[in-house]
Design a binder for this molecule. Sequence first.
Ligand code: NAD
Ligand code: ZN
Length: 386
Amino acid sequence: HATEWHGTKDIRINPNRPKPAVTDPQDVILKVTTTNICGSDLHLYLGYMPGMKSGDVLGHEFMGIVEEVGPDVKSVKKGDRVVACFDIGCGHCFYCNRELFSCCDRSNPSLGQEFLYGHRTAGLHGFGHLTGGWDGGQAEYARVPFADTNTIKVPQHLDDDQVVFLSDILCTAWHANELGGVGKDDVVAIWGAGPVGILAAHCAQVRGAKRVILIDNQAYRLKHAQAKLPGLEIINFAEKDTLKALNELVPNGPDVGIEAVGFHYTKTMSSKVQMAVGLATDPSDMLNEIITAVRKGGRIGVVGVYAGKCNGFNIGAFMEKGMSMAAGQTPCQKYWHKLLEMIEAGKLDPTIVITHRLPLDKVAEGYKIFNEKTDGCIKVVLKPGL
Ligand code: NAD
Ligand code: ZN
């Protein structure tokens, strides 16, 4: 069984999908035990990402048991329990050598991305044909290329739910804090109380932030986060304008702003962007709100996903306020050993975002409730064995 994309909001289980095979000496094949639905999958689900073809297998967050091993794989063997990461690094190029795995030069054989970005990014699992066309892991079996770089062994005493987010969102939450330089005594504001934003808040607290403020218009998500993370402050922009509310809480503005929303929530439309990349969005509003809110000399970390140009970007305010901003897909491999240690030590508990555990065959229902934010849904984990 595998989850196939067939078009906007058209997600189907194919019970007859052939099991993937080792086709490169550095591959492993995993029997998937847990796989998740991510906010990034929503970009595909909603039809905003170019490069998907009908029948592509979705899913970039997964873990499982190693079932087959290519002859050149050294670090894992049959029977090992491993987590795979969503970004594919070859392990040996200029970028991988600098731990910039999500910029890998060799893992994305697709042509066409230059048109969007002027360069090519790393291959990604389950993200279509601009990022390598690699099949994803919302399936019973998945192929992981360059397995020495893209899998991490996990200890038996930690269960799947504790470690599966090393595949993406825990590393991404940490990356957001790194990009924003979150340190002791910082006041941190986080836009987006999805799984990424909530875990970014968790990481910010663990890193010693003095105050952490989480912003969303979904009251149930904010409440859930507050119950799990004592001391967390919240802003519900359905009730009060974000900038006004932040100004009351932190008159000077937060030291750090983290963007954990992404372009598909942007309501405005730019015909220029549409013409350039076939996307109907101008995400500047989101970024400009953060630039306006964060204090002079402050830092902004952007992990929410963007594609295409940002025509209304407030470079004037950004420059005059002397800010810095960093962004990117997460190089999970850079952080996952350290984060695994922190999970083992009880310092990080990524399971706080899980609200739904569903059998793999209910994946379409999972996408629906996650997208519509119904049934109290925050994070769906899928179990092929359930
Ligand atoms: P999600 O869609 O569940 O969460 C986004 C949240 O933002 C939602 O709760 C939504 O209500 C909220 N939101 C919408 N408009 C807002 C606004 N104006 N202000 C504040 N909040 C607003 O998704 P998620 O799984 O938490 O992922 C969040 C983003 O991170 C997505 O864009 C996803 O693609 C991205 N992501 C990036 C990486 C990376 O490597 N950089 C990895 C994983 C996910
Ligand atoms: Zn993800």
